[in-house]
Design a protein around this ligand. Structure first.
Ligand SMILES: Cc1ncc(COP(=O)(O)O)c(C=O)c1O
Length: 432
């Protein structure tokens, strides 16, 4: 028996962290009200709770208009419909993100153009965007990943120069601010997810925000079965679907929005404390801070793990050992989307991508994004946000466990790393 929990020792942490999601009497009262109203669905449109939450949420994110939708993936799809993405158009996306960022692009028969991520932030590398632009490029779809922002100053400048639209994937960025502006309010549209792991959740759900009424009308129409939107100023008619959020879901969102600023402050303070303890460890590197992030919204805290500075213990073994010390964390949280097993790209399934092109497109062989590969397969370690909602002692237990595992790396030698990886890091355990 060794010192580490993975070799039979006592784990550092035996008690759970702050549970997520948090259900208080405020959620319960709102849910009861929605329940007894007997208006459970999204019709008549918009429902009372969905409408009032969408308005408050848009204002909170410093945007003019907001609309609740059924999921974050649908939010992205509705944004792409609003900017009228057509088959064969190209949309620039980061290679390192959840597959749901990119799926909607393909489902509209547009071409996702994968651009590598900046190793300092794991967000879209803005230095690489211009070389990916072609006459078919219509939009840039940055993701504000984990706890950082894609550089919106660069992205907006490039978009203006090349006449491109910008859709911000803010699934990780509820409450995050860049230079005092809310995530999602700087591009043409912003898409949010309220899936159960997110910083605000209705179990499943999402929202779109924008400052442009025409876009909001198109989004409303798209998610409400093609019906004219309430203002109907632009008289657009599109084929739409029922992607409305139900009132039972929308009811629980309001109280969480009230609590979000306080939670952001707590997470921010705890993250600072955690970083101060991580700074001393040679095998760990923190992501680069950015003073333009004026409110941090750490959905997932990430750092880089360097196996070569940890006795060559692979990340999977480090993460597996940490998990058994009682610390929820993940290594292969996201794969580079263009290589992902959840993203099968068979050209015969997407013939419209090749319309008007000389040669058929096969996206499987078109991209090489080494930084995304390095993050996904070797370096990134993710910790869920609820670990940082508790006390300084909670944070210390995470840091203690990391120090313990790094200090006992000899014990990890000789263990079957592949088995640990399969046991602890199965794709089935991942989000969504
Ligand atoms: C970065 C990112 N984009 C998009 C989505 C899609 O959201 P949803 O799962 O609500 O469809 C998610 C979350 O799952 C996400 O993490």
């Amino acid at each position: 028996m060794g010192k580490l929990a993975i070799t039979g020792g006592e784990p550092v942490r035996k008690t759970p962290f702050t549970p997520w999601p948090i259900a208080t009497k405020e959620e319960f009262a709102a849910l009861e009200d929605a329940f007894t109203s007997l208006k459970w669905g999204g019709q008549p449109f918009p429902g009372k709770y969905a409408d009032s939450f969408a308005k408050k949420f848009a204002a909170f994110q410093t945007a003019k208009y907001g609309q609740c939708v059924s999921t974050g993936t649908v939010a992205i799809e509705a944004c792409l419909k609003a900017i009228q993405i057509r088959p064969g158009d190209e949309v620039i996306v980061p290679a390192y993100t959840w597959e749901g960022t990119v799926g909607p692009v393909l489902l509209l028969n547009a071409v996702p153009v994968f651009v590598d991520v900046d190793p300092e932030t794991y967000c879209l590398d803005t230095k690489l965007i211009e070389q990916a632009i072609t006459p078919k490029t219509k939009a840039i779809l940055p993701v504000h990943l984990g706890m950082r922002f894609a550089d919106m100053d660069d992205i907006l400048r490039i978009a203006r120069k090349h006449d491109l639209k910008v859709i911000e994937d803010c699934a990780h960025a509820h409450g995050a601010m860049w230079n005092g502006q809310g995530a999602g309010s700087m591009g043409d549209l912003g898409a949010f997810s309220f899936q159960s792991s997110k910083l605000i959740t209705s179990g499943e759900g999402g929202a779109v925000i924008t400052n442009t009424l025409e876009y909001m009308e198109l989004v409303q129409s798209y998610i409400n079965a093609g019906r004219a939107s309430l203002t109907d100023q632009y008289h657009h008619r599109i084929i739409g679907f029922n992607h409305r959020l139900s009132e039972l879901q929308a009811a629980v969102l309001g109280p969480q929005l009230e609590r979000l600023p306080q939670q952001a402050a707590t997470r921010g303070k705890n993250v600072k404390h955690f970083e101060s303890r991580m700074q001393k460890l040679a095998a760990i590197k923190l992501l680069k801070p950015d003073l333009r992030i004026t409110r941090l919204a750490p959905y997932g805290f990430m750092f880089k793990y360097f196996a070569d500075k940890a006795n060559d213990i692979p990340r999977a073994a480090f993460v597996g050992a940490l998990q058994l010390e009682g610390i929820p964390c993940d290594g292969l949280f996201y794969e580079p989307v263009y290589k992902s097993s959840l993203f099968p790209l068979k050209p015969e399934d997407f013939p419209a991508l090749s319309w008007g092109r000389e040669k058929p497109l096969d996206l499987r062989n078109m991209y090489s994004c080494p930084e995304a590969d390095r993050a996904a397969y070797h370096e990134a370690v993710w910790f869920p946000h609820y670990l940082f909602l508790g006390s300084a002692a909670d944070v210390d237990s995470i840091a203690d466990a990391i120090e313990k595992v790094l200090g006992a790396s000899e014990e990890l030698r000789g263990l079957d790393h592949k088995a640990i990886r399969n046991q602890r890091l199965g794709r089935a355990d991942r989000e969504s």
